[in-house]
Write a protein that binds this ligand. Structure first.
Ligand code: BGC
Length: 451
């Protein structure tokens, strides 16, 4: 860092703008706590940025759920169909197939998108000789949905680059059922819709009874947690529910949409937001998640190259183009051993910048570290906010998503910042939740089947 400061003062100054100290972190937690309380309460829900959607999932798995279930997982760059067999607490078999979702499908007509989903499901079932099986299906649909029941979810807005028309304000379970009926070649029952965070929490809770939060840091970011039913005013039966808990899908990505995070945002964040598909929306998510981290690095690099302070004399057409610095590159660059720049050189080479100037590559790594550190600090604020809100002293947090899964230091950064904020008052464990979207969907389908 000192070397960057002396050799690349411009880069250092830019990166300083992304610094969030403990005082600011506490302020973020305070503001987030307010938004969550507003999201939960009837009178303020419509004004809240963190909507705290009711999931209608009130039972955590016991670890004794068994059976065969289908799961659909839509929410990132891929779509998956899964056959999940819960055999024992330690054996869950997942057989699945991944299908790419083209830009045309993401941005075209909603009917086509759901027809494609139903077609993949039908192909998968035929391959597995399941056309006539009466299986229950859990639909992991990882976008903000207002739920009216476990099998009823209305899409509030698309996020993460999707914008298929005719889906917003519709019950997506109905859209899926209609697409299945149009085909007429399947017997499956769509029994539940869930968010990937809920799936992640359920999947982690299957083996750990003290799991109380599910978080995703992948293409997007979000978390869900276990709330007391009596606090969930948006749930019609909140005052006299026989079940004490309700999982709340926070949809924390929208935190900051009313300006409350502007005190930590930079002009690079503003730039990334203004060129995104959903300007002024999902502000917290845009500071944290994989869809935007690479783009932030790219903006900083382009500016430094324009000022001729890094990669001097080299011009890269590729780097000038939006979206060309993949967040995966950050993971690769930060995976280099200290003092070595093999991956960094390779990444830049692929972007048309052939350099062996290690100082430049060191500066590049510093920029990547700045963006991933800020992401982890903000996510840590979110987790600490939920932990304090629940007032628990011992818990596990189930986490999934490409950034958490693949970034070499993300886990450590989260731990470090949570330890700083919680200061030994809470025992917590951050657990990689294996395939929450698939397993979680099966578990919810299984829990539904019990009722
Ligand atoms: C969506 C959430 C989802 C998160 C992680 C966000 O963009 O709004 O529903 O949980 O991404 O996939």
């Amino acid at each position: 860092m000192d070397e960057v400061r002396t050799l690349y003062p411009d880069a250092y100054k830019i990166c300083q703008q992304f610094e969030i100290d403990q005082h600011k972190m506490e302020e973020i937690i305070l503001r987030m706590t307010r938004e969550i309380s507003m999201g939960l309460a009837k009178d303020t829900h419509s004004r809240a940025t963190i909507k705290c959607f009711v999931t209608y999932v009130q039972d955590l798995p016991t670890g004794r759920e068994r059976g065969r279930y289908l799961a659909l997982d839509l929410g990132g760059t891929n779509f998956r169909v899964l056959l999940v067999t819960l055999e024992s607490e330690s054996t869950v078999n997942i057989d699945g197939k991944t299908y790419g979702i083209s830009k045309e499908l993401m941005e075209g007509s909603g009917v086509k998108l759901f027809d494609f989903i139903a077609q993949c499901l039908s192909d998968f079932c035929k391959d597995h000789k399941l056309e006539n099986a009466n299986l229950s299906l859990g639909f992991t649909f990882s976008f903000p949905c207002k739920q009216l029941g476990i099998d009823n979810g209305t899409l509030v807005a698309w996020t993460k680059g999707f914008k298929a028309d005719g889906v917003v304000n519709k019950n997506v379970v109905e859209l899926l059922r209609e697409a299945i009926t149009r085909r007429g070649d399947l017997k499956v029952q769509v029994v539940a819709i869930l968010n990937d965070t809920t799936g992640t929490l359920m999947s982690c809770a299957f083996t750990r009874q003290n799991c109380k939060i599910g978080m995703i840091v992948g293409t997007g970011s979000n978390a869900c947690y276990v709330e007391k039913t009596s606090n969930v005013e948006m749930f019609p039966g909140y005052q006299n529910s026989p079940k004490p808990h309700m999982i709340i899908n926070c949809e924390w990505g929208a935190f900051g949409d009313n300006g409350v995070l502007d005190f930590v945002r930079t002009r690079y964040d503003v730039e990334v937001d203004s060129h995104s598909m959903n300007p002024k929306k999902q502000i917290y998510e845009k500071c944290i998640s994989g869809m935007y981290m690479g783009e932030l690095v790219r903006y900083i690099l382009v500016e430094l190259m324009d000022r001729d302070v890094i990669f001097k004399g080299v011009k890269s057409q590729t780097l000038q183009q939006r979206g060309k610095f993949d967040t995966r590159f950050i993971t690769e660059i930060e995976s280099d051993e200290p003092g070595k720049f093999r991956n960094a050189a390779m990444v830049m080479d692929n972007l048309g910048i052939r350099t062996s100037n290690e100082k430049d590559l060191m500066c590049l790594r510093y920029i990547c570290e700045t963006i991933s550190t800020r992401s982890a600090k903000l996510a840590a604020c979110g987790l600490v906010c939920l932990i304090r809100k629940m007032n628990v002293k011992d818990l596990a947090v189930g986490i999934d998503g490409s950034v958490y899964r693949f970034h070499p230091h993300y886990h450590r950064l989260l731990m470090q910042n949570m330890n700083l904020l919680l200061n030994g008052t809470v025992r917590f464990e951050l657990v990689l939740s294996e395939d929450g979207s698939g397993r979680g969907a099966a578990l919810i389908a299984a829990v539904c089947a019990k009722d």
